[in-house]
Design a protein. Structure first.
Length: 654
């Protein structure tokens, strides 16, 4: 029987294919001459008398191979086996795969045979013939056992714990008798041998192939890297883990995902860097222990529990300093940071990517870091106003300028000069004063001066009646804020930061737990937190000890009210004969009330199609007084009292 694999346009077979062809050719000849398998149009679909006689004869005593045929087949296989083993020393795709998986010569032979059948339909027809079944186009376990008798590894090379299975290069189908279960080469391995380098389709979606500079091919086999900054962790993994090329991936969530990670690393000659956001699963430990032919690095923000680590020797490295360097800023933005942004290397990298889509605006890119994490639980305040929009006494303005300076120069004071960052690494400010005195505006101005966004925490979305839910929501806020560099603004802060009370029932106990949680979280949060309250005395004393800057916002005096009235009407607004001095002198109200009255007057003018006059401003003040439950007196409204005279106002509720 002559079998030829030429003339098909595929070129001469490689050494591993030629070896497989020799094995298949010999088995086909033996099947015809010795075993007497007849030619059939539909093999394996029925058993006739001749089949029974042949099978009984084989079971009784092995059929003898004619001497000439046996010698010829042995010589052919021996020659091709020798050429195949020599080829494993070269740099072919098959040889690299064998070397990466650390296969023995026997395992390499089994892989060659399975791959050759997998990748050529003619060899599959031969498999059908020698196995006498149209249902077996791949080689079955019983056939492998016959083709590679002991002491060859043979069928044991595809056992569940054998190296080919550990490297996820082969699989054996489930179901049916053991001898007829077909073994096959994984799809990704076949694509590699076909010349394609596309990553495995079963890899996690966020997996990436990374070829970093400065990697150490002789590094650690199993490396644990712990630290707060992802980019720093990955950089350490690339430098310290064995290997020069890496598959960087989150932990897969399925067994097939883990097989894909091991398989991809094996066929592409890479090590694996696992970017963990949780404890390593039992499935992960299983594959890391089996995949000892690969280098592994486990990167996480916190230390992994010892009882969850693989049963292999490991080396742990801590990278507590994840701060971005001037080189990181230069790489992302082309220059150093001059605004005091305390960002990690990963944050700077992401901000650099964002800057490309935001016109190169560094501040906008930094603000963009946290927006996707916080929008569900906090209201984003995009700073648009400056110091000129804020009317406060000189001492309070100085305190706000000092707050900006403290944030901007934290690195100099705490890191270069060595002052300890206590009571917390971040910056906590308290804005206290009556409603409408500019606390929210001040938070916006401070954030704007630092090139940051302010996020006003929505207490209705945070506070929950269910035990433990408030803490979970707060953790989401602090974690989201840590993803970027933002000002967290807690308005009506006494609702969250209020004094702990004596425990009278379970509600009191859990309310105190919430306050204690906030205290602990403030101590670890590295950014700026601004707490605003109308009642300074209601803030828990433990919070007050953690405050770096406290600013009192008083009701504006006459000069302040005059400035606020002037700022309340934009230059393009159509005003007419507004007596700002009169308004500032007569009405002792907050800046918020002034702006509300001005806005009401503007809408009244727009509706009437007129300019904004004193009469309309007075009507705006009337609406504001009604809202506040405040009496309108002739002493205040003076000559405009007739405009607001009417039904008496309701007395304010005590």
């Amino acid at each position: 029987m002559a079998v030829t694999w030429t003339g098909d346009g595929r070129g001469p077979p490689e050494a591993w294919e030629a070896f497989a062809d020799g094995i298949l050719r010999g088995e086909a000849l033996l099947s015809r001459v010795v075993r007497g398998i007849p030619h059939r149009d539909l093999p394996g679909l029925y058993v006739d008398d001749e089949d029974v006689d042949r099978i009984l004869a084989e079971l009784g005593a092995p059929a003898e191979v004619p001497p000439a045929l046996g010698a010829g087949l042995l010589g052919l296989v021996a020659d091709r086996r020798g050429r195949f083993h020599l080829s494993l020393r070269n740099d072919s795709r098959f040889a690299r795969m064998v070397g990466s998986a650390t296969l023995s010569p026997d395992e390499a032979e089994v892989l060659a045979l399975l791959a050759a059948v997998e990748m050529d339909e003619r060899r599959q027809r031969l498999a059908v013939y020698v196995q006498d079944s149209v249902h077996l186009p791949r080689l079955a376990l019983g056939t492998l056992d016959r083709l590679f008798p002991p002491p060859h590894a043979g069928v044991r090379a595809v056992a569940p714990d054998a190296r080919l299975a550990r490297a996820a290069l082969v699989q054996v189908e489930d179901g049916g008798p053991w001898a007829t279960r077909m073994a096959s080469v994984a799809r990704r391995a076949a694509w590699v041998l076909a010349g394609d380098d596309s990553p495995d389709q079963d890899l996690p979606q966020d997996a990436a192939m990374v070829d970093p500079a400065g990697a150490d091919p002789g590094g650690e086999d199993l490396l644990l890297v712990v630290g707060p900054d992802r980019a720093t962790r990955l950089g350490t993994a690339f430098r310290r883990c064995r290997g020069a090329r890496f598959v960087v991936t989150p932990a897969p969530g399925t067994p097939e995902g883990w097989r894909a990670v091991v398989r991809e690393a094996t066929v592409s000659g890479r090590s694996v860097v696992l970017d963990l956001d949780r404890e390593l699963s039992a499935e992960g430990r299983f594959w890391i222990e089996r995949g000892d032919h690969l280098g592994w690095a486990l990167c996480s923000s916190v230390e992994l529990a010892l009882d969850r680590l693989p049963e292999r020797g490991w080396v742990e490295v801590r990278e507590d300093d994840g701060r971005a360097t001037p080189e990181d800023w230069a790489l992302a933005f082309g220059g150093a940071d001059g605004n005091g942004h305390r960002l990690g290397r990963e944050q700077v990298r992401l901000a650099g990517l964002a800057a490309r889509g935001l016109g190169g605006d560094v501040h906008a890119a930094v603000r963009r870091l946290a927006s996707g994490h916080l929008d569900a639980l906090a209201v984003q305040i995009r700073p648009s106003r400056a110091w000129t929009d804020l009317v406060l006494p000189p001492d309070q303005l100085d305190e706000l300028h000092e707050l900006v300076a403290r944030h901007r120069h934290r690195e100099t004071v705490h890191e270069r000069w060595g002052f300890p960052a206590v009571p917390s690494p971040g910056l906590v400010a308290l804005f206290a004063g009556p409603s409408g005195t500019g606390k929210t505006l001040a938070a916006e101005v401070v954030a704007g001066q630092l090139g940051l966004d302010a996020y006003k925490v929505d207490l209705s979305a945070v506070v929950s009646k269910y035990i433990g839910e408030t803490e979970k929501n707060l953790e989401r806020i602090f974690s989201g804020a840590s993803a970027g560099n933002v000002v967290l603004f807690f308005d009506e802060a006494d609702a969250l930061f209020g004094k702990r009370s004596e425990v009278g029932d379970a509600h009191d106990r859990y309310a105190n737990i919430e306050v204690s949680y906030l205290l602990q979280r403030l101590e670890s949060y590295p950014g700026m937190v601004v707490m605003a309250t109308n009642l300074h005395r209601n803030i828990d004393a433990a919070f007050l000890r953690r405050i770096h800057v406290s600013v009192e916002f008083p009701m504006p005096d006459e000069e302040g009210r005059r400035a606020i009235w002037a700022l309340s009407f934009p230059p393009e607004a159509p005003t007419e004969a507004l007596d700002v001095d009169f308004l500032a002198r007569q009405f002792r109200i907050s800046g918020g009330s002034i702006r509300n009255a001005s806005l009401t007057a503007a809408f009244l003018a727009a509706d009437a199609g007129t300019r904004i006059t004193m009469e309309l401003v007075v009507l705006g003040l009337k609406r504001e007084f009604q809202k506040l439950g405040r009496l309108r007196t002739e002493a205040e409204f003076d000559r405009y009292f007739d405009l607001v005279r009417g039904e008496p106002d309701a007395a304010p509720v005590g």
